[in-house]
Design a protein around this ligand. Structure first.
Ligand code: ADP
Ligand code: ZN
Length: 842
């Protein structure tokens, strides 16, 4: 028998290995196996098995790496789809499915042979025999060094690389190996984490019934006088229901080993190793679970979901509900229904660290049934959570992006909360998948119900709902008919004229003052991802856009040019604003620290807390800040994107947006959508309690409709307006985009390669008669240089993603100067990465 093995390499082909006799009958699809590849050992997954093969000289599988297949058949199918759709190798997408911690890698080692030792030792002696002199002189300086370093023990290749430099190292080593002086071999490294065990002490043959308890009590009183330690140990064990971890026992009874040994001899106790589950601290303090009765709108949606669950067929619901309309409550009840039918449920939330509140709500409702997977877990915690899910111990899994691969069998329901969120898309490394779309696919494969929820659905999802691909459900009112907050737009140009700065406008200042006096709370939002490579008029806020793509032009300091990074359009940067003839250009926005200073000067009595990457780098700090805010330890929470979602603090009566413009100025066709979403989400944090709420949005573009409509909470008009524009320019959802990024140290090579690639692709498209597919670029990427790597990009607009991806594959694999090597590997002159359905266009 032969196995086709998917390896975690960029190469798209599968590798064929022979199944050795000692593994016959044991190997199955989805098993992780150890196989030799060139000089390395590497782990991969068995994805197909065949009786025969046309491949010559197949090597044998060395071993199975687990007791059972880590990858279910469903997961194999899902990962194959991912590799085809998102253009990566099957092995790469399989790698994404497992927690990184359990992956084993092999290390390459080098060791000196006896002959090699002779040569090296002779280096130091005086009497060179002629043959040795001959050998010596044929060695390069580095080869001599290698032999010297290898004097005592084997050395890792990676160490040699660091010590002696990488260039030509292999050639030197292979030469030495051919001469028979060194041996190169690989050994398996250890996985980062494994199962954790702890020692348990238990009363022997103990059953917790009165008669036995009496017996042990007798024993205790008998031991008490002569051997008090033994008695104490027994007492503790009895108090704890018959068992206790050795660790705890040691804390209570010091120096107990003699006592324990004696008790063991008397056959009163026994020691045992048991698995210890590492569990992380959960979100916030658990909220009280008052029984919530769904309102009519919510009930109607739940009944549709229920029908879906009971019919065992796949359907995707788009739950569009304004902020605070009770979406989360619908998810909770839907999960309850899924569990009733004996199914399991998966809940995806954007970056979990941002949404501890939502997790606590699941935990409060379902207790120990909920497992959690996210990036803030320690490797051990993540490994345990994954393993327990695999064993079926957590029927509900909650997690961020990669939790879409949580190993749940019998999956009945998948919830994707805030489905529009950009964090669902993975950009690097491959697979560059969107967890929301993978969730829908996983739902299909499992005949499961998928609920995509958001107050501001992505244009793509809403479009799908309009077309009947998804079932649209709406929650149009806040629970208990609470009002949406009043939103006021403040024109920063006017403030400037009045001599006010652009951080705290008159309106925002006076409202802040009022809230502080009333001891109410405020959220201030600053979008930190300002992108400064554009120039904007400081007088009128004008910013230049590409006439063809409606994208902010990116400013290039080197030649004072402005370029469109979609189509390559270029013009010189003007000395004066073309709109108002002003000459004060703004290059950079403000940061959270600056705002904090401004607040402190203006409101010395206010208690302000900043929440951004700096203040939340420590584990648990995010949770602490939110918890303190909930307990009203401070009035003003100032933060970045982190505070836009999921927060539900009833005493927040004011939300201030310091600037709505950062996201609007991004050179991205989704800039308006982003802005609308951000503003709606932030505004939604206000007035969630009975006190009502107000929102201030500061901007240089008070007439921009994305801002105006967000202020009116009008998604529907926003969608209608934006979808028209998308249609006109052929942006998603009317086309798919594929972003091809070329990067390398040598700019000329990067440009040449990108041009050659685009030309080839265009030729192939013409030949195949793909008329509706457009290749834009190449153009410099908006971040045109990162870490000494020059970046150029091309954008493809197409309706037939799969076919175009196949063509790209042909170019990359089929030679023509683009060896498979030039793709994926860092060392080569130009690295090419393919991103299907990109979200972040920077
Ligand atoms: P969303 O997820 O849409 O922002 P939530 O589900 O968080 O909304 O609901 C907002 C608040 O209203 C929460 O505190 C929640 O407990 C409460 N809530 C939800 N549904 C109801 C209901 N039917 N009756 C009363 N309170 C509700
Ligand atoms: Zn353009």
């Amino acid at each position: 028998m032969f196995a086709q093995v998917a390896l975690p390499l960029p190469s798209h082909k599968l590798f064929t290995y022979k199944i050795p006799s000692y593994l016959e009958g044991k190997v199955d699809l989805g098993f992780r196996v150890l196989v030799p590849l060139k000089r390395r050992l590497i782990s991969g997954f068995v994805v197909e098995m065949t009786k025969t093969t046309t491949v010559k000289n197949t090597k044998e599988i060395i071993d199975l790496l687990d007791l059972y297949p880590l990858c279910s058949k469903e997961m194999l199918e899902l990962t194959r789809w991912i590799s085809e759709y998102y253009f990566c190798s099957w092995g790469e997408s399989l790698k994404a499915v497992l927690p990184a911690e359990i992956q084993v890698k092999s290390e390459v080692w080098v060791e000196r042979t006896n002959d090699g030792s002779l040569i090296a030792d002779d280096e130091c002696s005086v009497n060179h025999s002629s043959s040795i002199i001959h050998h010596q002189s044929s060695l390069s300086l580095r080869q001599k060094e290698i032999l010297k370093h290898l004097s005592e023990k084997k050395i890792k290749l990676s160490w040699l690389k660091r010590k002696l430099g990488e260039k030509g190292l292999y050639a030197d080593l292979y030469d030495l190996e051919k001469k028979g002086w060194v041996r190169i071999f690989s050994e398996l490294g250890k996985p980062q984490v494994g199962i954790k065990y702890e020692k348990i002490v238990r009363l022997k043959n103990f059953k917790c019934v009165p008669s036995e308890i009496e017996l042990f009590k007798l024993a205790i009183s008998a031991l008490k006088r002569k051997t008090p330690k033994q008695a104490k140990c027994l007492e503790l064990l009895l108090e704890n229901g018959g068992k206790l971890s050795l660790e705890k026992l040691n804390l209570e009874v010091k120096e107990n080993s003699t006592a324990l040994n004696a008790l063991k001899k008397r056959e009163l106790i026994e020691l045992e190793m048991v698995e210890k589950l590492r569990e992380s601290d959960w979100g916030l303090d658990l909220p009280e679970t008052t029984k919530i009765v769904l309102n009519e709108e919510q009930k109607e949606i739940l009944s549709k979901v229920k029908t879906g669950l009971e019919s065992n067929t796949h359907s995707t619901f788009l739950l569009h509900g304004i902020t605070g309309s009770g979406k989360t409550q619908v998810y909770i009840e839907a999960i309850r229904e899924a569990l009733k039918t004996g199914k399991r449920a998966l809940v995806l939330v954007p970056e979990i660290s941002l949404t501890p509140q939502i997790i606590s709500r699941f935990k409060a409702n379902f207790g120990d049934l909920v497992g959690c997977l996210h990036s803030r877990l320690s490797p051990g915690e993540r490994f345990d959570a994954w393993r327990k899910a695999k064993e079926g111990k957590f029927p509900i899994m909650v997690g961020a992006r990669s939790a879409v691969f949580a190993p749940l069998e019998n999956l009945g329901l998948i919830v994707v909360d805030e489905e529009h969120d950009a964090s669902y898309k993975q950009d690097d490394p491959a697979p560059r998948y969107n967890a929301r779309d993978v969730a829908v696919m996983r739902g299909k494969l499992n005949n499961a119900v998928v609920i995509l929820g958001s107050a501001t659905p992505s244009l793509e999802s809403y479009f799908n709902a309009q077309n009947g691909k998804y079932i649209l459900c709406q929650l149009e009112e806040r629970v208990e008919k609470r009002a949406l907050p009043e939103v006021k737009i403040v024109d920063l140009r006017e403030e400037r004229k009045k001599g006010k700065g652009d951080i705290l406008s008159f309106d925002l200042s006076s409202l802040l003052k009022e809230k502080i006096e009333k001891n109410q709370q405020a959220l201030l939002f600053l979008n930190r991802r300002g992108f400064s490579a554009f120039i904007k008029c400081g007088e009128c806020g004008y910013i230049m856009r590409c006439p063809r793509c409606d994208i902010t032009l990116t400013f290039h300091r080197i030649d004072f040019s402005m370029r469109c990074h979609y189509c390559g359009f270029m013009q010189k940067a003007p000395p004066l604003c073309p709109n108002c003839q002003g000459f004060k250009f703004i290059y950079r926005g403000v940061g959270t620290q600056k705002v904090e200073e401004e607040l402190k000067t203006n409101f010395p009595q206010a208690k302000v807390q900043r929440m951004d990457l700096d203040t939340t780098s420590k584990k648990g700090s995010h949770r602490r800040i939110l918890s303190d805010f909930g307990n009203k330890k401070f009035n003003i929470l100032l933060g970045t994107q982190m505070i836009t979602k999921g927060l539900d603090f009833p005493e927040v009566t004011l939300v201030g947006v310091i600037s709505a413009d950062f996201s609007l100025d991004l050179p991205d066709f989704r800039a308006k959508e982003r802005t609308f979403q951000l503003l709606t989400q932030v505004a939604g944090r206000a007035g969630r309690g009975n006190l009502g709420g107000e929102v201030i949005i500061q901007t240089y573009y008070p007439d921009e409709w994305a801002i105006k409509l967000a202020a009116k909470h009008d998604f529907s008009t926003f969608y209608q307006t934006e979808i028209e524009q998308r249609k006109e320019l052929g942006y998603p959802p009317f086309n798919h985009l594929i972003l091809i990024l070329f990067s390398g140290e040598n700019e000329n090579k990067v440009i040449a390669q990108s041009e050659r690639f685009c030309l080839l692709l265009k030729q192939m498209l013409t030949r195949e008669n793909f008329k509706d597919t457009e290749v834009l670029g190449p153009a410099p990427a908006p971040l045109s240089k990162i870490k000494n790597q020059y970046r150029w990009q091309a954008i493809i607009k197409t309706k037939i993603t799969q076919k175009v991806v196949e063509l790209i594959g042909k170019i990359l694999e089929g030679g023509k100067g683009f060896s498979p090597k030039s793709f994926g590997e860092k060392k080569v002159s130009c690295r090419i990465s393919i991103n299907v359905d990109p979200i972040d266009m920077l």
